[in-house]
Design a protein around this ligand. Sequence first.
Ligand code: M6R
Length: 378
Amino acid sequence: RHPEFRHFMLKEIYEQPDVVRACLEKYLNLDWTQNRTSESPIHLGLPASFYNGLAEIHIVACGTSLHASLVGQYWLEQLAGIPTRVRYASEFPDHPFPLTPNTLTIAVTQSGETADTLKALTFEQQRRSQLTPACRPRLLGLTNQPNSTLQQRVDHILHAPSEQEVGVAATKSFVAQLIVFYTLALDLACRRQMLSSDRLDILLREVERLPEKISQILAATDAIAQLAKELVDTQDFIFLARGINYPIALEGALKLKETSYIHAEGYAAGEFLHGPIAILDEQVTVVAIAMPGQVYDKTLANLQKVKSRGARLIAITTPVNSEAAALFDSLLPIPDVDELLSPILTVIPLQLLAYYITVYRGLDVDRPRGLTKSLSAE
Ligand code: M6R
């Protein structure tokens, strides 16, 4: 049951199990594992011409939508095997990707109105007329607002159904974008025969359990609120992760700094050792995502070095063995999950941490100073 919500941001964080359910219902046939009534469990509603000869994917986005795109890039490359590049929409017109044939360009924007993203699209539209129609880049919009300006500028649209998000900090819209990226990557992987039927079954069953697992994380909100109380005067936060959770480290830092105005930076844990680690001392708090999987041991090795500098270390992880537990000052538990889907869970405690730290600092968490829900000027 939802507790009483004092703010939209908290309400929207709590709506995420339902948002994930809505996205899954829209695009996946989850009964497919038992009852194969259709050729594929994925129904994105895109025409055959969308898929023809697709060789490369380019993505433009800003802020939280860019972080969703970086997770999407991982899925599109690792599941579907399609080379994928992501760029800040604000940089794209001045530093575009070389124009390549048979490319899908995806513009990702929660509001569908962000000026930088629309500008990048206009730029792409204009230059694609240089290519012959058969191999022109296709333009796809991924948005939480289907009736926005974005829709008029693209060939195809994928709607991430999250209903209205009032808090300026994007939360449920992000998780909805992740689910849509995941289904797109699964769809492309199936069409390119990159997934065995057994692996597809496992991935479908895992995604089906996500709403329940998000609810489990939300049930531990009190522990996160307590930790936030202890951290309220901390002035510097570093968020670390490797692999598919690296964009979640960036998102955790963005959530915290835009709502609480505390200095926070996200890094790839291995890269952090190449200089930035010098910033660490007892005053700095490090929040690390360390999920079991292919990067787990390397992440722990990086965190040993972090710990030796005296920084407070908070881990977002599944229940761990005692050796790993000894490394962490606090642990925010995540249910067991396939590493590929872990970003959809690891972001939840980071949203709650940003929310509670901001509220305990007495700030307006839904309307951070000088920010609007969508930036309609460049
Ligand atoms: O509407 P958009 O997704 O295009 O917005 C992009 C960014 O302005 C937005 O994600 C911003 O970073 C949020 N306030 C993050 O919480």
